[in-house]
Write a protein that binds this ligand. Structure first.
Ligand code: ZN
Length: 368
């Protein structure tokens, strides 16, 4: 067997000593899947396929954030218990992912099954002086995350607010502190803890699920770029403070944000292109190629004409795969993919050289 090929991400080699442990922040199952979600999960799927093709062992964890205030509200509106509602929405999400050829992750932890771990995380953070209890909640001291993330105080506060952080919570010592454990308000799902009934904070949920799946660090932590701050900053700071192991994430894969008409595609704004709708008009492989034929880290705008063009690129790839080609070129296809997942370059080589290079690319990217 070939020795494991080094993979370069964000321009730096990811040093690997064992199976590649990939964690991607999954969805809060309270609504339909849009193209922004699809982009993140198709990229992580492509990353895993590329690494496996390079003879590396890969383990993917994609969590389900099934304890979250927006989900609770949606379930209440639908007059359904939160966990039943989440399970139904999860079924629809799984259906969309399967239609797009995204393989099931190896581990799929659900937040509501990791409450005890969040309680232990909160207690550990209190014990080490990184968090404090107030009025039944536990707050992580968050100010240090600003500098670490290269975010100014003003930007940090604005981003926290956008993601539903209560900046004016009177029990916080600092507006940038973030709840690891949240005291029950009565209407939300709640569990017992040393501080009374409550529920976990979002960032702590992911920290606990990563620690549960992979131990004190992860090789590649993925997610949409908009999660970089505050979610990933607070999650990794909590995990590092708890375990003492730095870095928590040895590399990050923050997938570019998808825009439409100049604005971010997001459920909260209703500014959406739904995966379901696209699948009625386009082949899944064409949607995958549309998502992948670009730099993974760059933000981009959805354009229906570009998706039609991707249909043409896909047909050209299939035609190239059927041609007699220069078989040696498939090495360059894999080199391009392992070099920061350079799909556009790999595709150019495959189209030009044809034969095995095109067949390999079709297979590796799940476009067959
Ligand atoms: Zn997360």
């Amino acid at each position: 067997m070939l020795p494991p090929a080094p993979v370069v991400l964000n321009g730096a080699p990811v040093a690997l000593v064992g199976p590649v442990r990939i964690y991607v922040c999954g969805v809060t199952p309270y609504g339909v899947t849009h193209l922004g979600h699809a982009a993140t999960f198709v990229w992580v799927d492509a990353l895993a396929r590329i690494l496996r093709h390079a003879h590396l062992e890969v383990e993917v964890t994609r969590n389900v954030t099934d304890v979250d205030d927006v989900l609770t509200k949606a379930a209440q509106t639908a007059n359904t218990p939160y966990d039943e509602y989440a399970a139904m929405q999860q079924y629809r999400f799984d259906h969309d992912m399967a239609a797009l050829g995204v393989r099931r992750p190896d581990h799929e932890p659900r937040a509501h099954r990791h409450i005890g771990e969040v309680v232990r995380l909160a207690q550990g953070l209190i014990d080490s002086g990184h968090a404090y209890e107030a009025n039944g909640s536990v707050y992580f001291i968050g100010r240090g995350c600003l500098e670490h993330s290269g975010v100014t105080q003003e930007q940090g506060l604005q981003l926290c607010e956008e993601f539903g952080e209560d900046l004016d919570d009177p029990h916080k010592r600092d507006r940038l502190d973030t709840p690891v454990w949240r005291a029950s308000s009565g209407a939300d799902p709640a569990w017992p803890s040393p501080w009374g009934m409550g529920r976990p904070g979002w960032h702590a949920e992911c920290a606990a699920m990563v620690l549960h799946s992979f131990g004190s660090s992860v090789d590649i932590h993925a997610g949409g770029k908009d999660l970089a701050f505050p979610h990933h900053a607070f999650e990794s700071a909590q995990a590092e403070a708890f375990t003492g192991v730095t870095p928590f994430a040895r590399s990050w894969m923050h997938v570019g944000t998808v825009g439409i008409d100049g604005a971010k595609m997001a459920k909260s704004t209703g500014n959406l292109v739904l995966t379901d709708d696209l699948l009625t008009e386009h082949r899944p492989a064409a949607i995958r190629l549309y998502l992948l034929d670009r730099r993974w880290s760059q933000d981009w705008e959805y354009e229906p004409r570009a998706l039609v063009a991707a249909e043409g690129r896909l047909d050209a790839l299939y035609a190239a795969a059927g041609r007699r080609g220069n078989d040696a070129a498939q090495v360059h296809v894999m080199q391009s993919l392992l070099n920061d997942l350079d799909v556009p370059r790999a595709l150019d080589i495959a189209l030009e050289e044809g034969g095995r290079a095109a067949r390999d690319l079709t297979h590796v990217l799940g476009l067959g």
